[in-house]
Ligand binder design. Structure first.
Ligand code: FES
Ligand SMILES: [Fe+2]
Length: 346
């Protein structure tokens, strides 16, 4: 059960190059994504309505795709435009299409009712298009339900134990820092957490000169349905009063992560980790990309095994601790939206 009337990241822009017909399963449906010769991106159901061949094994022709079984051709809206050897085109012979928005490095798709697809509902993340923010968009596949990844991102304490030597920096982080604010939002939550006078975590040390200098570290995370996560991270020189607003000399990051269900038990995970202090050569972005992959593999090992454990005993009831408040709120919010969407007449 997924929320359908909302935007999901379906692909990285760079995946749709060279006329590629990209076949990707989204929310259980097989979707064909392609960029037509005009430059526009299209998303169609990846099944020829004639005899069920995969359209992604067809041929790109302009802004249309030809099924390479019996040669029927469909335009980017899914309308049949040619049947070889037959004049009359039955109006019913068409492929469902999905609204698409291309923004920054990501291709977003609306999997619900096309008539409700409003670009205004797409969350605007300015750092994905503002030139001072630099990063390298990337993708990982998860053998786990997307909500287990959302859960993981809801509690920074895991940084201390899962990512001690990569993204976290110390176990101390879980003991001495606490969220200074947890806000319940209509479609998610916002959590702010400070860790004062700490060592810089390894991923940050790798890209700064003075590796031993103490820092005041602030993370502000926002999670929105269906699985849109951003985190604003700041490292300021310790003791200068960053918490009171003096952020002179601070280094900042913006973390954008998007969880899109592939199936009930698998997920497409897209991200871009941006910084605002590198020059033109991408050295810092490359280091951060490697650090992030290293960190995400640590999450992935835990979460994918958690998926197996939960599948082995569907009756298992997780027990909550205080730190679970954001994830509990998120799951409740999402559950209500899914219920409302599936209630006829709502
Ligand atoms: S199955 Fe596609 S043209 Fe026949
Ligand atoms: Fe993590």
């Amino acid at each position: 059960m997924f929320l359908k009337n909302c935007w999901y990241v379906a692909a990285l822009k760079q995946e749709l190059i060279d006329g590629r017909l990209l076949s990707r399963r989204l929310l259980g449906e097989h979707v064909l994504l392609f960029r037509g010769d005009s430059g526009q991106v299209f998303a169609l159901n990846d099944r020829c309505p004639h005899r069920g061949a995969l359209l992604s094994r067809g041929r790109l022709e302009g802004d249309a795709v030809r099924c390479m079984y019996h040669g029927i051709k469909f335009d980017g809206s899914g309308k049949c435009v040619q049947i070889p050897g037959q004049e009359l085109i039955p109006p019913k012979l068409r492929v469902p299409h999905y609204p698409v928005i291309e923004r920054g490095p990501f291709i977003w798709v609306w999997m619900g009712e096309a008539a409700k697809a409003d670009p205004a509902h797409l969350v605007d993340l300015p750092y994905l298009h503002e030139p001072q923010w630099r990063g390298i968009p990337a993708y990982l596949h998860y053998d786990a339900n997307y909500l287990l990844i959302v859960d993981n991102l809801s509690d920074f304490a895991h940084l201390a134990f899962v990512h001690t030597r990569t993204l976290g920096g110390s176990e101390e982080y879980a003991y001495v820092s606490k969220p200074t604010a947890i806000e319940r939002l209509e479609r998610g939550f916002r959590v702010e957490r400070w860790h004062l006078n700490s060592d810089a975590p390894p991923f940050h040390q790798k890209v700064i000169q003075d590796k031993a200098a103490k820092v005041d570290r602030r993370n502000i995370a926002t999670m929105l349905v269906p699985g849109i996560f951003t985190m604003e991270t700041l490292f300021a020189p310790a003791g200068q009063g960053a918490q009171a607003g003096n952020v002179a000399g601070a280094r900042e990051y913006r973390n954008c992560q998007f969880m899109t269900p592939e199936t009930e038990r698998t997920t497409h995970f897209f991200w871009s980790y941006l910084n605002n202090f590198e020059g033109e050569d991408n050295t810092i972005s490359h280091s951060l990309l490697n650090s992030l992959i290293e960190g995400f593999m640590e999450d992935k090992a835990i979460i994918e095994r958690q998926q197996v454990t939960l599948e082995e005993d569907p009756g298992f009831q997780p027990l909550a601790i205080l730190a679970d408040a954001p994830l509990v709120h998120f799951r409740r919010t999402l559950g209500k939206l899914i219920d409302a969407e599936q209630t006829p007449g709502a």
